[in-house]
Design a protein around this ligand. Sequence first.
Ligand code: 13P
Ligand code: ZN
Length: 265
Amino acid sequence: MESLKPTIEEIASVANYLWQKGWAERNSGNISARVTGMLSSGFQISASPDVSLLQESFSRLAGDLFLVTGTGCRMRDVYQEPEDHILLIRITTEGDRYEILFPVSEKIPDLQPTSELISHLMIHQYLKEHKPARKVIVHTHPSELIALSHSPVYKEERVLNRLLWGMLPETLILVREGLGVVPYRTTGSIELARASIRALRDHDVLLWEKHGCLAVAPSATEAFDLIDILVKSADILFKCLHAGYTPEGLTDDQLDELRQRFNHT
Ligand code: 13P
Ligand code: ZN
């Protein structure tokens, strides 16, 4: 497991950020990372790994390894005891099952992967083919962005991104494609997974209507950053509204200048 330690530690740090930010009530949120090829050759796989059926076949992930947070786990516990709350799973060669290779935790003997596993795996399958550098998925519940998705006006993707980009220059610079808005689908459902993949064609950060955010990036830290900057914009918007005025926002010309200067199309 030594070779996976840096990735596990980074997931743990980000779990702590999510908790500290107030985006991770109880067991909210989950994180996964594709770590195929990162296991040291001496790693001993448990003699009788647990094998579970998947709802879908993931033939393009056959043999792939993933670190994934356990269902029901608190992010603050993932931070404090990562090796008891993160699993290592491997997709079988047929692609229709996964084996739990780690942990064999005495603390939580029946630890299972996140209930959003279907979304994580479908997204990883999409990323492997279309955006291979992005190997980490972070899902969390930032109140400010969820609040915006309760408004029929703000949850309109074009309106929402124009508004968030206008709150401070970094939002356009760092989240150049903006948020992809995914209409409400049941938590953990295949419909949510499918709708997410559609939105990921044009975005690296998604807003799951009335639920939360999901970001994909090369690392957990970078995925966190994408959500963090968008939350900053939403926070500025709400602060202005709470103070009794509508924020001016950057003008179209100012945003165009940023696009040109930072080489956006
Ligand atoms: P899990 O505890 O199963 O990961 O679920 C948390 C969550 O945020 C569901 O959307
Ligand atoms: Zn959630």
